[in-house]
Design a protein around this ligand. Structure first.
Ligand code: AMP
Ligand code: GLY
Length: 424
């Protein structure tokens, strides 16, 4: 079987390495992939949001199955186009990817079907939003409706910050058309949990839970990033919480999408906050999260391709998805300065990985036969172990052996999760 994977980050590297375990897999193509992924897949320089280019590639290379991993192509309808060509895909159709593509859509869905989430108001007019913010309590959360490279959420501490955010999003259009509508929502508190799930629109099977570390610096300080590290499982996500989420959030979401005529097939990601009033949805993603995928897939015992095919053919059953007992930790090595300005082009040295160690390359290119950095997030150093403490230690031991000129990583990935464990 020849498989096409769309995307080129650490998440895609993890997906490709997992797909490789299936004996029926022959070629894997990655568009665009990266210099590190090139060790495991044939990479071609077609961007993940170049849907025409992707469709043309799939046609000429006669691929048997495609995995569309990033949000942009999913929201643009890449799966619809590939399926029309006869290429079966893992990933939702455009009319279901809207669950991530429009925060106003997902908020209205949750309101309509009673799925717990933060209270909010939608605005299409900047002056009306600002008038509302004058009367709001703070912090207030302001969200651009559409995709905004992960930067569309602003937590304003006071009216001045909120007004600036609204003007930037709605008047200056810093996120383009994504800012035509905004949500202003209640500020929630509590531990955050990421739950990725497989769903074929009939059955939903959650994967092992995880915890992202979104801020650039230790102690959750600095700017929001794509994610500087993850651990799985998330110790705050107890069996009781999981049961409640299944009943009040996961099943209702799948049913709601069906009722709206938008059945979701693929990986549905629940960004949850465990508030004093119970778990609430912070965001939905229509895809695998990154770097969550880098800790979830190494713990997956079942065959990823078998699950993906079952999802596509609407025959998913819970017994198809089994996870190992232990824990995993991913430490992201980034270029110093990320998520703002950073230099690239440094030569990289990657160590051999031992048992229970994984290196997923997120931002690298091959030049003159050498692997060089080419991005903000460069590498995920991942380790699995029986306990979370051992997994964290293992990931840091591996991270120390990865070398490039301006490498930067947080030193406290997993600290909060380990503290939670000790409280139990
Ligand atoms: P996102 O860009 O959607 O991943 O959101 C970024 C972060 O903003 C989330 O991980 C939360 O930490 C925070 N956030 C989003 N919505 C809320 C909310 N209603 N209350 C508190 N924090 C929030
Ligand atoms: N790590 C969060 C995301 O993939 O959006």
């Amino acid at each position: 079987m020849d498989i096409l994977v769309i995307g080129g980050g650490g998440r895609e590297h993890a997906i490709i390495k997992s797909l490789r375990k299936n004996a029926s897999v022959e070629k894997i193509y990655a568009l665009p992939g990266n210099g590190g992924i090139a060790a495991d897949a044939e990479c071609y320089p077609i961007k993940a949001n170049d849907v025409d280019g992707i469709v043309e590639f799939a046609r000429t290379h006669r691929v048997d199955f495609a995995v569309v991993a990033p949000d942009d192509p999913l929201v643009l309808g890449c799966v619809d186009r590939l399926e029309k060509l006869g290429v079966h895909c893992f990933g939702p159709l455009k009319n279901a990817a809207i669950i991530e593509g429009s925060k106003v859509f997902s908020k209205n869905l949750m309101k309509k079907y009673g799925i717990p989430t933060a209270d909010s108001e939608t605005f299409t007019d900047a002056e009306a939003a600002i008038a509302y913010l004058k009367r709001s309590s703070y912090p207030a959360v302001i969200k651009a409706d559409g995709l905004a490279l992960g930067k569309g959420v602003i937590i304003a501490q006071n009216f001045e910050e909120a007004e600036n955010a609204v003007r930037e999003i709605m008047c200056d259009k810093v996120f383009g058309e994504s800012g035509n509508k905004i949500l202003i929502e209640e500020f929630l508190t509590g531990p955050e949990v990421s739950v990725l799930s497989f769903t074929d629109g009939k059955t939903i099977v959650p994967m092992v839970s995880s915890m992202d570390h979104k801020r650039a610096l230790d102690h959750d300080e600095g700017l929001n990033t794509g994610g500087m590290g993850t651990v799985a499982p998330n110790p705050y996500y107890t069996e009781a919480v999981a049961k409640e989420c299944m009943e009040r959030i996961f099943h209702p979401t799948v049913s709601a999408m069906n009722a709206e005529g938008r059945p979701f097939r693929g990986c549905l990601y629940f960004g949850l906050m465990l508030t004093p009033k119970g778990p609430k949805v912070i965001e939905y993603n229509c895809r695998f999260g990154d770097p969550e995928t880098q800790v979830v897939l190494p713990l997956l015992e079942s065959d990823l391709l078998d699950i993906m095919l079952a999802v596509r053919e609407v025959r998913l059953t819970p017994d198809m998805v089994r996870f190992k007992k232990g824990a995993a930790c991913c430490v992201v090595l980034a270029s110093e300065g990320y998520p703002k300005k950073y230099e690239s082009g440094f030569e990289m040295t990657l160590p051999e990985t031992g048992k229970d160690e994984y290196i997923y390359v997120a931002g690298a290119k091959r030049e003159d036969g050498k692997l060089k950095t080419a991005g903000g997030r460069v590498v995920g150093a991942v380790a699995t172990a029986d306990t979370l403490k051992e997994a964290v230690d293992g990931a840091y031991r591996l991270a120390e052996k990865i070398r490039f000129g301006n490498a930067y990583y947080r030193k406290d990935i997993g600290r909060r999760a380990l503290a939670c464990k000790r409280e139990d």
